[in-house]
Write a protein that binds this ligand. Structure first.
Ligand SMILES: Nc1nc2c(c(=O)[nH]1)N[C@H]1C(S)=C(S)[C@@H](COP(=O)(O)O)O[C@H]1N2
Ligand SMILES: [Mo]
Length: 413
């Protein structure tokens, strides 16, 4: 699925700019810090009142969940505007409070070390010049996207559905970097670390690992470009890992250190955090204990209406356009189906241009409401492995992997 990137598209200089940002992230306090009357926004669950903020560098209007470290959600109407999520509206999630606010791309180095033949220290310019550039459209989705909709509620970032986005990522195959370093025969996993850290030394550094075969699959990428531009600082400037089809907890930002390990990584973020129940669909009953936990991994299919919301008014006897986005999770979208009779009958929506199996895929369809009152419209995606969205939501204490069939209720007048 990797395409060759045409380096004429983007000038190298544009990527190598220094991300010098006015102000510091830590000092920002949302719109209130600037004395502006904050506008608010309501996410569709209890305590869902949020500030809409324009206070973050390189970001347009975002739903503010937390300032430090930043949690910024993409307002859902952005997804109606195109298949790729603009960089300045792309969601932001950090775990640790210390994030560099200025990075000099010229002196930045990516170190590759551990169980390798030779340690590497690579500049961004070297990555761009000495390795084959590749480009891939892929969805970056937080493991806890839609967590705020869990019932019963669970702790963690209370996202609605906007902790996801799709971008064209440009960079270098991780495999090519590992090949240059020369991986030792006993290598088991590869561990990734970024420039962020906790404020107190006791905070476990945010590091994530992939199995060696996955790291060398030729799809996992070290990206320096996002939608034809350098990465916004908050999305990981100057380099981030892209792990197509996997939840974005593995997509380590401000990636500065790659370590090849000869035993499985047992650090906090692999062994304790981001574990899902080892059950079908990571589903357990609230209160259930004694199940095995495994690191979260592949994504599952989802689909959404982007032009219709609960409460929208439509006219009986008139065709209603429905459109939205879908993605297959760890593979492409095979079908998007919609229903206006509670899921008894499903009809196929028209799929729009295919940007590759890890991308959002836009869909559209139309229907004509028959009678006044309320109609419930449903949409579901089936991926090319035959996996489809479930009718009922899964539940687990981490609030992970929600992908139940979405519905909207429209008023027919
Ligand atoms: N260095 C670093 N990388 C990170 C994280 C982090 O806290 N630090 N969070 C991960 C998680 S959980 C998510 S959801 C994504 C968010 O990517 P984004 O902020 O570009 O949308 O970054 C991932 N990479
Ligand atoms: Mo996440």
């Amino acid at each position: 699925m990797l395409q060759k990137w045409n380096s004429n598209d983007i000038s190298r200089r544009r990527f190598l700019q220094i991300a010098g940002l006015a102000g510091s992230i830590g000092a920002l306090g949302g719109a209130r810090a600037f004395g502006a009357e904050p506008s608010t926004f309501r996410l569709p669950f209890a305590n869902g009142e949020r500030e809409l903020s324009r206070a973050f560098p390189q970001k347009g209007e975002m739903i503010l969940l937390r300032t430090r470290p930043p949690l910024l959600e993409t307002p859902f109407d952005v997804f109606d505007q195109g298949v790729f999520t603009p960089n300045n509206r792309f969601f932001v999630r950090w775990h640790l409070a210390y994030i560099p606010t200025q990075i000099d791309a010229a002196s930045f180095r990516l170190v590759v070390r551990g169980k390798v033949g030779k340690t590497l220290s690579l500049s961004v310019e070297q990555l761009m010049k000495e390795f084959e550039p590749v480009e891939l459209a892929a969805v970056n989705q937080c493991s806890g996207n839609s967590r705020g909709l869990f019932n019963p509620r669970v702790a963690g970032g209370q996202w609605a559905n906007g902790a996801m986005g799709c971008a064209r990522w440009t960079g270098v195959r991780l495999k090519d970097i590992l090949d240059r370093a020369g991986v030792d025969a006993g290598a088991v996993q590869v561990r990734f670390n970024g420039l962020d850290s906790g404020v107190v030394p006791a905070t476990p550094d945010f590091i994530k690992s992939l199995d060696i075969d996955h790291a060398r699959d030729g799809e996992v990428m070290v990206a320096y470009g996002m939608n034809g531009e350098q990465l916004p600082l908050l999305n990981g400037f100057p380099l981030r890992l892209v792990v197509p089809g996997w939840y974005s907890t593995y997509w380590v930002k401000m990636l500065s250190d790659i370590e090849v390990l000869d035993k499985p990584d047992d650090n906090f973020w692999m062994a304790k955090a981001y574990l899902i129940p080892d059950t079908p669909h990571a589903n357990v009953v609230p209160g259930q204990t004694g199940y095995k936990g495994v690191p979260i991994n592949r994504m599952v299919p989802r689909s959404f209406f982007t032009n219709l919301r609960d409460g929208d008014a439509v006219l009986s006897g008139h065709a209603v356009q429905m459109r939205g986005i879908a993605f297959g999770g760890d593979t492409g979208v095979a079908k998007v189906l919609w229903s206006n009779d509670g899921g008894s009958h499903w009809k196929e929506a028209e799929l729009e241009k295919d940007y590759g199996k890890y991308s959002f895929r836009r869909w559209h369809a139309h229907y004509t409401p028959k009678a006044r009152g309320e109609d419930t419209l449903m949409v579901k995606a089936i991926n090319s492995n035959g996996v489809e969205q479930p009718a009922a939501a899964n539940w687990n204490p981490g609030g992970f992997m929600r992908n139940e069939i979405e519905s909207v209720k429209v008023r027919v007048g």
